[in-house]
Design a protein around this ligand. Structure first.
Ligand code: PMP
Length: 433
């Protein structure tokens, strides 16, 4: 999309640049790594965004994951409208919170009790505090390339925007905060065993994206998550699955349902809000009972359990439980992955397209990517022309080589077929340049 055909977006961006740092409220939206001016969205429906300049785009960002039912789903809109009639926030417990908790406990294997928060960041921040409070230990293990929101002690070798912008360690974080964080390579069992043996009885928790999806999409090698589970159990360490991205997307119960590996705590977000701001963390009841008001670990939120957000999220989860769209979602993502791989193979472009359920990633690399270093070594400079070509042809991919693409139930057979054509053209363009 050239600057000349987006005058409204360009004008909005120029105004925003004067008022909002970088013109955006979350960094990757600024299109820094793909170039050009970001478009502004006027409205969204189903699989499509309509830009402020009236262009329609088939969307594979899906508001960074939450829109698994597509944008502005009628049932979610109705549920929010109905809740709105009763008020926007009460500051007391409300019936929706109980229904939401029942749904999460029913759907996510590890969760016996759950606390609602307002974002994924709050969920991970609270989960690691709980792991520390419950064990009386300080150290946390995280994995290079995994992003857990912008929690101080977890913004170390993080993925997502921190990676896209090339400053994996944020300024403003005292070394002592990050000093309790041990960063290990994903898929490296030896490194994990060594960390546990070097810090006996010091590791409060291990936090992991079980399928890391903030540095592309990486899948666990056979037995890796099972071995991690076993090590945590043996060392009295709390295993935290950050399923903010994968929860309800890979399966109703996330990666833990798919793999049968059950963590002690789980962080959730995105889909559970149905497009409104929500996060949650939950897990074993004995651990969760360390939280205030029952226990000494403090955690709170003025708007936590907000009735509008709960109404949206409850509807989103019920649609998943009752509609069981997972086979169809996976088949759409698979079709796109196959089209991409075929185009790349035919044109001699080295491309990996890891896919799990309705998510897929893109790496310009000649063999499957198994960890963060390999993701960094891929030819990310080729993503920029791919992104721009797809956008010109009406397909919106995440504006960073390191973000996963999402398919929703609103993507029709025709949308997928058209996207496969567009991506094939984009690969062709790359191969010719
Ligand atoms: N954890 C994971 C795995 C995520 O992907 C994200 C956001 N992309 C977060 C945590 C943070 O969530 P939020 O942006 O809602 O704070």
């Amino acid at each position: 999309m050239s600057a000349s055909d987006s005058p409204v977006s360009n004008d909005l961006f120029n105004r925003a640049l004067k008022l909002i740092p970088g013109g955006v409220n979350s960094p990757v939206r600024a299109f820094r790594s793909v170039g050009g001016t970001p478009f502004f969205t006027q409205s969204a429906k189903g699989a499509r965004l309509t830009t402020a300049d009236g262009r329609e785009l088939i969307d594979y960002v899906c508001t960074w994951g939450p829109a698994i039912h597509g944008h502005n789903h009628p049932a979610i809109r109705e549920a929010v409208a109905e809740a709105l009639e009763r008020g926007t926030s009460f500051g007391t417990p409300n019936p929706y919170e109980v229904e939401m908790a029942e749904l999460i406990v029913d759907m996510v294997p590890s969760v016996e009790k759950v606390r609602m928060v307002n974002s994924g960041t709050e969920a991970t921040m609270s989960a690691i505090r709980l792991a520390r409070g419950a064990t009386g230990r300080d150290k946390i293990i995280k994995f290079a390339g995994c992003y857990h929101g912008h929690v101080d002690s977890l913004l170390v070798k993080a993925g997502s925007g921190a990676l896209t912008l090339g400053n994996p360690d944020s300024a403003g974080i005292p070394a002592s905060f990050a000093g309790e964080t041990i960063v290990l390579p994903y898929n490296d069992l030896g490194a994990l065993q060594l960390a546990f043996s070097e810090h006996p009885e010091k590791i409060a928790g291990v936090i992991i994206e079980p399928y890391p999806a903030n540095c592309g999409l990486i899948l666990p090698q056979t037995g890796y998550l099972e071995a991690l589970r076993e090590l945590c159990t043996r060392h009295g360490t709390v295993l935290i699955f950050d399923e903010v991205m994968t929860g309800f997307r890979i399966a109703p119960g996330g990666v833990q349902e798919k793999t049968g590996v059950t963590p002690d705590l789980t962080c959730l977000g995105k889909i559970i809000g149905g497009g409104l701001p929500v996060g949650a963390f939950g897990g074993r009841a004995d651990l969760m009972d360390h939280l205030a008001p029952l226990g000494p670990v403090y955690q709170a939120g003025t708007l936590s359990g907000n009735p509008l957000a709960m109404a949206a999220g409850i509807t989103a989860l019920k649609l998943l439980r009752e509609g069981d769209p997972y086979k169809r979602l996976e088949s759409s993502a698979k079709q796109l992955a196959i089209a991409l791989k075929l185009a790349a193979a035919n044109l001699g472009v080295a491309l990996q397209v890891p896919q799990a359920g309705s998510m897929f990633g893109l790496y310009f690399a000649d063999k499957p990517v198994t960890n963060f270093d390999e993701a960094l070594a891929s030819r990310t400079e080729l993503f920029k022309p791919l992104f721009q070509c797809a956008l010109d042809l009406g397909v919106y991919l995440p504006p960073s080589a390191y973000e996963a693409c999402f398919v929703s139930t609103a993507h029709t057979v025709n949308d997928i077929a058209r996207t496969a054509e567009v991506l094939t053209s984009a690969i062709k363009q790359i191969s010719e340049s």
